[in-house]
Design a protein around this ligand. Structure first.
Ligand SMILES: CC(C)(COP(=O)(O)OP(=O)(O)OC[C@H]1O[C@@H](n2cnc3c(N)ncnc32)[C@H](O)[C@@H]1OP(=O)(O)O)[C@@H](O)C(=O)NCCC(=O)NCCS
Length: 203
């Protein structure tokens, strides 16, 4: 199952990985961090709720972990790994490696992300991307549905975005979710130079 949750700073390295294989020109760590701190942004990741914990010698998987931010409370495993958060606790035996924090975090499995900026009663979709090996599985559909819910809950009148004219996958995605082309910005993008199609969804 996929959950949509708000981004925390620990997510940024994975977001940068996904973003670097997806969109040009790439954003920086600092630019994503500032979006987390803004109150006029809806910045979310799509995460698989299957928790995978791996180290060099062993691997275990537990399903059904609904809470995130496990990294900070992952106790170093001696002969036993214990991970706790506010609502759930799992214990697995046989993890002999220490310093599992990084791999626990990687196990949260961020598959995609989306960033919406609020401008009065309008929204601008600034970014949406899905990890290359998780595409065509409906992740972007789930992100776009979350965006629609957020827009309705916050009484937005419309959402608009720009997309490269050649980006057929994204244009098809947006059309599927009710966006229509409303204009063109000549040579809007660089590296490579390309026109942007402006699309909008009147709510
Ligand atoms: C565009 C992108 C976000 C789609 O993500 P995804 O998770 O693969 O999309 P989904 O599997 O949820 O597909 C949803 C819809 O998008 C469209 N779509 C997605 N990939 C497509 C492709 N390769 N070709 C044509 N349509 C495509 C389809 O309409 C699809 O609906 P369908 O499955 O009923 O046909 C993904 O390709 C991506 O990250 N691209 C790089 C980043 C990018 O271009 N972002 C947009 C910048 S404006």
């Amino acid at each position: 199952m996929i959950s949509i949750v708000e981004v925390v700073e620990d997510d940024i390295p994975r977001i940068l990985e996904i973003e670097q294989e997806a969109i040009s020109p790439p954003w920086t760590y600092g630019s994503f961090l500032s979006e987390i701190l803004r109150t006029d942004a809806y910045f979310v990741v799509a995460v698989s709720d299957k928790l995978q914990i791996t180290n060099h010698k062993s691997q275990m998987t537990r399903a059904g972990i609904g809470e995130r931010k496990l990294c900070g409370v992952a106790h170093e495993g001696l002969d036993k790994l214990q991970i706790t958060n506010h609502k759930s606790q799992i214990t697995g035996a046989g993890i002999s490696e220490r310093k599992l924090c990084d791999t626990v975090h990687a196990g949260l499995d961020i598959l995609g992300f989306m960033l919406l900026r609020l401008i009065g009663d309008e929204g601008e979709l600034l970014q949406i991307a899905v990890a290359r090996d998780s595409r065509r599985c409906g992740i972007a559909d789930i992100l776009m549905e979350a965006l629609q819910r957020y827009a309705l809950d916050n009484a937005l009148k419309s959402v608009f975005l720009e997309v490269r004219k050649s980006n057929e996958a994204a244009i098809a995605l947006y059309k599927k979710h009710g966006y229509e082309p409303v204009g063109l910005r000549k040579n809007y993008y660089t590296s490579p130079v390309e026109d942007a199609v402006i699309m909008a969804n009147e709510l």
